[in-house]
Design a protein around this ligand. Structure first.
Ligand code: ATP
Length: 325
């Protein structure tokens, strides 16, 4: 049943992510997709997504990381609004709901390996569903999210999650306490497909499989059990021992300067550092909130050209923070 008191506008806050483990298997010969075993961790660095009823779909981008974000139908947030409208017509048997004017406040670095575009798409799904009378259930929204991209379902879910398949088969991961981070944003972004292409090149996955390699090339990566156990202890030093990212080597090959950022992180006392997802953002793990502030100050002094900010996880997934009637 539609709600008669549905709002005119809704604002959703949606978190960035870092992959605490990212294991990548060889690409499927038919689809070209790499099977993943990953542990997503949402941090309290959030984009804010507002949707309002409008005559036609539109998009405005504000905030510190607005540069380079397309304000047109190629934006994943715009595609999310259109796909949800079609789903309303299909799933609920109702006329397509009114279009929405979308405003994105970009606080998540763009093309930084923190899934900012996916976060915005998740935000639009939740906000537009609120506007259109909450006809779709959280499970329906997860299905629409998976159609938009592998990282979008996690934007809705948040917390810590194990992601299998293309990263969109999610299950909750138990953890204790909070993790404190310093994120170092590189000046130039990295395109995710380029990083996967470099991984394929490094591992010899870019040619046809030979009889020797074909068995290995059908194997999906195993979930990182030791990391999952370490997360239950909540001890950052124990967790640090099990952080891993198969995309780090290719990201470093494409942006060799990232090694200096990782080295600087160690020099200023971070517990450890790793490239976030496909990079080039570097995530430095710290012992506490205070330690993260010290590390960020140290990084700003040592590498003043790099933008740094602190964040804490696990953060909740997309949530409605404001509605206007
Ligand atoms: P991932 O971690 O999922 O690989 P990312 O954080 O590296 O993603 P995004 O910030 O999501 O990368 O953006 C990648 C590219 O997608 C951008 O360069 C931009 O051209 C395009 N894009 C489309 N929609 C958005 C959006 N809402 N916000 C940012 N970029 C977007």
């Amino acid at each position: 049943m539609s709600r008669t008191d549905a709002p005119r506008a809704a604002t959703v806050r949606v978190p960035a992510k870092v992959n605490l483990a990212l294991r990548v298997g060889p690409p499927d010969p038919d689809s070209g997709y790499h099977p993943l075993a990953t542990v997503f961790h949402a941090v309290d660095l959030c984009d804010e997504v507002t949707v309002r009823r409008a005559r036609s779909t539109s998009l405005q981008v504000t905030g510190p990381f607005r540069e380079g974000v397309p304000a047109d139908p190629t934006n994943l947030a715009w595609r999310a609004a259109e796909l949800l409208r079609e789903n309303y017509a299909r799933t609920c048997g109702v006329r397509r709901p009114s279009p929405v004017a979308i405003t994105l406040e970009k606080n998540i670095p763009v093309a930084g390996g923190m899934a900012g575009g996916s976060a915005d798409a998740a935000g639009v799904l939740l906000a537009a569903n609120e506007l259109w009378g909450e006809e779709l259930t959280p499970l329906d929204l997860q299905d629409v999210a998976a159609e938009l991209g592998a990282d979008v379902p996690f934007g809705l879910m948040g917390g810590n999650a194990l992601g299998l398949g293309r990263g969109d088969e999610l299950s909750t991961v138990l953890s204790q306490g909070e993790l404190h981070w310093v994120f170092c944003v590189a000046t130039a972004g990295l395109r995710t497909p380029d990083v996967y292409r470099e991984l394929d090149r490094q591992l010899g996955w870019d040619g046809p499989p030979t009889p020797e390699t074909s068995a290995a090339r059908t194997a999906a990566p195993e979930p990182p059990q030791e990391l999952l156990q370490a997360l239950r202890t909540g001890d950052p030093h124990e967790i640090a021992r099990h952080l891993e990212n198969d995309l780090q080597a290719p990201a470093l090959a494409l942006q060799p300067g990232l090694q200096a950022t990782l080295d600087a992180g160690r020099e200023v006392g971070a517990v450890t550092g790793l490239v976030s997802g496909s990079g080039p953002t570097v995530a430095l793990l710290c012992e506490s909130r205070e330690h993260a502030i010290d590390v960020s100050v140290g990084m700003a002094a040592l590498r003043p050209e790099i933008q740094v900010f602190t964040a804490t996880g696990p953060a909740p997934g997309a949530r409605v923070v404001d509605t206007r009637h």
